[in-house]
Design a protein around this ligand. Structure first.
Ligand code: AMP
Ligand code: MG
Length: 489
């Protein structure tokens, strides 16, 4: 008889487990009382070469709940440090346990991690658990980000545990299965640099190069190449966030991946009204992680990464600092370049002119002044459905519109081509906060997942401009209370 575990088609490797043992602590998930699978991502299971049906069967659910360890797994929690709101601390996976790395039929390697699966040696005072609402929220937003074309960790499943967790109130507990190309963070390097020996750091850097950048021409200084690649990926990632109005909310260095994937969907949210100072996170009092500040924080975090690499970059400290500084200086330029290219595409511009910056900045400053909705403004420009909003009704905008049309007329290519470029660069919809809240409320309070599944369905192709998406473009009713997001997940 074939065992069900093998029917799931686990193909787990444990390369991280072969690193020096300061990098992790072996720990098994704490079993839960009554597992119930509430979300399952079949397309992702297929990408991973996992058997969809078997994984949703009894044995699969037992694994997704942490009640059973899959074949080939050596579960552990990762050690890492991080600057949280600028302050350096030892952290580590306090409520996440890595089961292993699934090797897919196409040769990819994905970490499979259970989030909310019980205490670990890094839990400090925490309970190691997670509440259902925030885990569903991570599932929705990470999958929507993926559909938007933004590198991100993904969500394979959510299992209700049948146990309560105590937050401000008592809430149903849940476990999210997170999938990512790795869980290496800037904070992993900070940990190695602070508490490891030189060799631990070197082994970690070699491991990272091999895992994420095997095809990069490293030249004479492979660690400099590593730094350059991480800069490139983060410069692109943060530009992509800016272009869709995504606010991560907690860009601590432990929440910045080396792979360039978005990670840790805590207090994140999408901006409605365009405003550089937008902050949703209840704990971000000073706006450190405000929308407009994200590129700057990206650079700050990469400077912390650079500090960890100094002993590897050059045997002489001063030389190492010089090398690192020269690279760091390129980050903001590269990030701006990616953003500018994306903004041109959002306006249907397919070549480059020096004045494009002014054209773009001109529109954005009017949007800020007239409190225009970010996504819907670009959507209206794409569809040429300018209503009588404050922005579109203003003479400033009328002047800008003529300049924009003249700019488009100067480029080669048809109007239809410009329109197509705009359509694929401007999402028709984003996961709006008021919608996300409504969907979560139905699922968590009433055990009704219909809205959530419909929501996921329409966000699967945010560039479709389909008729079902129309109602998802509506704005929240004006409320006296600004929308707030919470870290205490
Ligand atoms: P985060 O804000 O999610 O990036 O988490 C910051 C740190 O707190 C990480 O080390 C987490 O593993 C840890 N942590 C968050 N929630 C819990 C919890 N419920 N139990 C234990 N550790 C937690
Ligand atoms: Mg984190």
């Amino acid at each position: 008889m074939i065992k069900e575990a093998s029917a799931i088609s686990w193909n787990l490797d444990n390369s991280y487990f072969r690193l020096p043992n300061i990098f992790f602590r072996s720990v098994t998930p704490t079993p839960v009382r009554l597992p119930e699978l509430v979300m399952f991502n079949s397309p992702l299971a297929a990408v991973m070469g996992l058997n969809d049906k078997a994984l949703q069967g009894q044995e699969g659910i037992a694994v997704l709940a942490g009640n059973q360890i899959p074949e080939g797994s050596s579960p552990f929690a990762q050690a890492y440090a991080g600057h949280q709101f600028g302050h350096f601390t030892m952290l580590g996976d306090g409520r996440a346990i890595l089961l292993g790395e699934q090797l897919t039929p196409t040769g990819q390697r994905f970490d499979i991690q259970l989030k909310g699966s019980g205490k670990t040696p890094y839990s400090r005072g925490g309970d190691g658990r997670a509440a259902l609402g925030p885990m569903l929220r991570e599932y929705i937003i990470s999958e929507a980000m993926h559909a938007l074309g933004i590198p991100t960790t993904r969500s394979l499943a959510v299992v209700k545990t049948g146990e309560a967790v105590i937050r401000e109130t008592k809430q149903p507990g849940a476990i999210l299965t997170r999938v990512s190309s790795s869980h290496l963070r800037v904070g992993t390097f900070q940990y190695a640099s602070e508490w490891g020996a030189f060799d631990d750091l070197r082994v970690l850097a070699d491991y990272t190069l091999n895992r994420h950048f095997p095809d990069v021409e490293v030249g004479e200084n492979s660690y400099l190449a590593l730094f350059q690649e991480v800069i490139k990926r983060q410069a692109l990632l943060i530009a992509k966030w800016q272009l869709v109005g995504f606010i991560h909310g907690v860009m601590n260095t432990d929440n910045m991946t080396i792979s360039g994937e978005t990670i840790d969907y805590g207090p994140c949210a999408f901006m409605d009204t365009y405003d550089l100072s937008t902050v949703f996170s209840s704990i971000d009092i000073k706006g450190r992680y405000a929308y407009g500040n994200q590129p700057y924080i990206g650079g700050w975090n990469l400077a912390r990464f650079a500090e960890t690499l100094l002993p590897l970059l050059h045997s002489e400290h001063e030389q190492a600092v010089k090398l690192a500084q020269a690279e760091i200086a390129k980050f903001s330029e590269l990030n701006y370049y990616n953003w500018l290219r994306g903004m041109r595409a959002k306006l249907g511009i397919c070549n480059e002119e020096e004045q494009d910056k002014n054209l773009i900045e001109g529109l954005l400053s009017m949007m800020q002044e007239y409190r225009a909705d970010y996504t819907n403004t670009f959507r209206a420009l794409t569809l040429d459905t300018l209503d009588d909003s404050l922005l579109f009704g203003s003479t400033d905008f009328g002047d800008w519109y003529k300049l924009w049309k003249a700019r488009l007329a100067r480029q080669q290519g048809t109007e239809a081509a410009a329109h197509q470029l705009m359509k694929k660069s401007n999402p028709a919809i984003i996961p709006r906060n008021h919608r996300v809240e409504a969907v979560l409320e139905a699922a968590v309070q009433r055990d009704d997942y219909r809205l959530l599944k419909e929501f996921l369905g329409v966000h699967r192709d945010p560039y479709a401009y389909s008729s079902e998406q129309e109602e998802y473009t509506s704005l929240p009713e004006r409320s006296s209370q600004p929308y707030k997001t919470y870290c205490g997940t």
